[in-house]
Design a protein around this ligand. Sequence first.
Ligand SMILES: Cc1cc2nc3c(=O)[nH]c(=O)nc-3n(C[C@H](O)[C@H](O)[C@H](O)COP(=O)(O)OP(=O)(O)OC[C@H]3O[C@@H](n4cnc5c(N)ncnc54)[C@H](O)[C@@H]3O)c2cc1C
Length: 411
Amino acid sequence: MNVEKKGSAVVIGGGAAGLYFSINAARLNPSLNVTILEKTANLLSKVKVSGGGRCNVTHHCFDPETLSKAYPRGHKTLRWSFEQFQAKDTVEWFKERSVELKTESDGRMFPVTDDSQTIVDCFLEEAKKYNVKIRTKTRVDKIEPSQQGFKLHLHKKEPIFCDVVLVATGGYNRESAYEWLKELGHSIVKPVPSLFTFNFRDKIFSELAGISVENAEVHIEGTSFTERGPVLITHWGLSGPAVLKLSAWAARELHDREYRYKIKVNWLYPFKESEVRQKLFELKERNLKKLVTKQDQFPFPSRLWEKFLQLADVDTAKRWAEISNKNIHNLVQVLVHARYDIQGKTTYKEEFVTCGGIPLNEINPDTMESKIVPGLYFSGEVLNIDGITGGFNFQAAWTNSWLAAKAVAGR
Ligand SMILES: Cc1cc2nc3c(=O)[nH]c(=O)nc-3n(C[C@H](O)[C@H](O)[C@H](O)COP(=O)(O)OP(=O)(O)OC[C@H]3O[C@@H](n4cnc5c(N)ncnc54)[C@H](O)[C@@H]3O)c2cc1C
């Protein structure tokens, strides 16, 4: 039987949240014995593949209020957590360990090396420096609280005992996978995927894949969800920041509709119907002798403009002089009030995130300790917290783990 020393913390899960907690807890309290149990053969596998292999560590947003608005689930709790540890602290933390981060034009922050291995190496070196013990291929099947602390039942291995446990097991896509945590008295907010692109029922734009429209407005019909920003046309449907944000905010509603719904797109946001009509009439007046395929009024590549003409039933062989009021009306509908049937979703660059998990009202937000089982802590995606794409999911893990580490180190 393997008995950890008094003053021992065991971390279940060797991902971003688990490593960040372990390093900080062991550093803040050198007498604490910290052990990571990871079920697979490797630590930090998601960090390694994250951000397309570059690891989008955090987001250049140093105001707690604004930062918290990037989280469809968890924003209220994180609003206060960020007062204690936010993106600016993450940048400092890495800088103190000689890892410089850089900011891209959209605010995403990456290591200057553009290589996620830099983050992995930093964590592994720090873990070694503070004597964090690591046991890979060790899966925890059950947590049993006792008077002295916890007994952890391991898959095909001897159980271990410890004073404090941090659950940092990430998100699971099946509710049944959370059963061992439910046994502790916790409830689970049903897990559903977040961060995905929308698939069209009819593949209307498939030959235009890769074209991006800089400023569009996308609304999910029958809901209050609307986002604005770049929209990217893909082989199957629509992606880009506006669509990904919508997928995160409406994750649960879209799951409940089995990913069948209608969206409305204004391809010319912020222009309204009357302004677009006006622009089309001006375009006509200025170009009477030119083909309708020629236009310099709207920020669309010619292939996309031709597609809009086809969708509005405008003969592309016509000249502007031949364009009727009805043609203009149809074009306005296609440009400003376009409606599309969505059926299904595609995972965004494999960067899926789980919406759902342990509800935050069962956790003390200052320490990340369970309100149900004293000595049991949670951090990372296992919680009902998730952010939009852009480095926010890692930031939530760093912040939660920082708070938990401080609390555990000071016990
Ligand atoms: C492809 C991809 C790219 C991403 N890119 C980014 C990005 O660039 N920026 C960003 O902010 N977010 C990104 N994300 C999201 C981000 O990776 C996660 O939010 C983050 O990894 C969550 O950290 P975590 O430690 O909670 O969980 P994880 O990183 O998933 O780690 C959990 C660990 O626990 C282990 N585990 C699970 N159950 C047990 C058990 N019973 N016993 C022992 N071990 C167990 C798992 O094997 C795993 O190693 C990306 C996600 C994906 C899938």
